[in-house]
Design a protein around this ligand. Structure first.
Ligand code: CTP
Ligand code: CA
Length: 223
């Protein structure tokens, strides 16, 4: 059945979704990363495509199949992800920062493999750019959806991220709960927006959570 236009609320919209955990190199054979699988971002991408959008995933994982009809741009570090997002940003309608972006990277990257010698090896880390913050503070038409992975004080941390990063929505999950967030096939989230009550989405597949996220986003965009 060919869906009618009314069923394609994101028709002609450009959507960029970041996914996966970035990798920050220590030396040619070692890096720092996190537990993100990219599954939430990829589920969001296929839902956005089904809603009619032109979708690009800026992906920090090569472990997932490319969803049909979606463009995938592969990146590794937080800096590469920032550059890839900024390349698209001017013409984008919705950005979803589902990636777990490294907060820190090694201050120096060794060009040769670090040999074991000292008993105690100290690697200095410096902060990466906060991509969502930068997007929020240079925002024009774009609708910005961020995530918040928390283990405690979920509501206050999520509200704080929503305001500080000037996002339109923050999807918060409590990653200390079993079957929630990182590396799982299911998720349970609370969606925060600036002027509406938080929306609780009980535990379900990441695909179904992605559908709820876009439902709330579309409601907010036409408000
Ligand atoms: N994010 C980002 N760039 C970073 C770090 C995070 O764009 N360098 C984005 C994430 O993709 C997510 C949101 O900011 O959409 C919140 O990420 P999170 O790790 O929960 O929060 P942080 O602001 O990094 O704070 P903390 O890790 O200390 O809770
Ligand atoms: Ca972080």
């Amino acid at each position: 059945m060919i869906p009618r236009q009314a069923e394609l609320p994101l028709k002609n919209k450009r959507v960029v979704i970041t996914a996966g955990g970035t990798k920050e190199r220590i030396d040619p054979v070692r890096y720092i990363t996190n537990d993100s699988s990219g599954k939430m971002g990829y589920s969001l991408a296929s839902v956005a495509r089904d809603l009619g959008a032109q979708v690009t995933i800026i992906s920090a994982t090569s472990q997932l199949p490319e969803p049909f009809g979606v463009t995938v741009v592969y990146v590794s570090s937080a800096l590469e992800m920032l550059d890839a997002v900024l390349k698209e940003y001017a013409l984008v309608d919705i950005v979803v920062m589902a990636a777990a972006v490294s907060d820190y990277r090694p201050k120096k990257q060794a060009s040769k493999k670090i040999k074991k010698s000292e008993e105690l090896l100290i690697i200095e880390l410096e902060k990466t750019t906060d991509i969502l913050y930068q997007l929020g503070h240079t925002k024009q038409q774009q609708f910005l959806i961020g995530f918040a992975a928390e283990t405690n004080n979920l509501e206050s941390y999520a509200q704080e991220k929503l305001m500080r990063k000037k996002a339109n929505m923050i999807v918060a999950n409590d990653v200390s709960k079993p079957n929630v967030g990182f590396n799982q096939d299911t998720n349970e989230v609370i969606i925060f927006t600036p002027n509406s009550e938080p929306v609780k989405v009980s535990i379900r597949s990441k695909q179904k959570v992605a559908e709820e996220i876009f439902k709330v986003a579309i409601e907010q965009m036409i408000k």
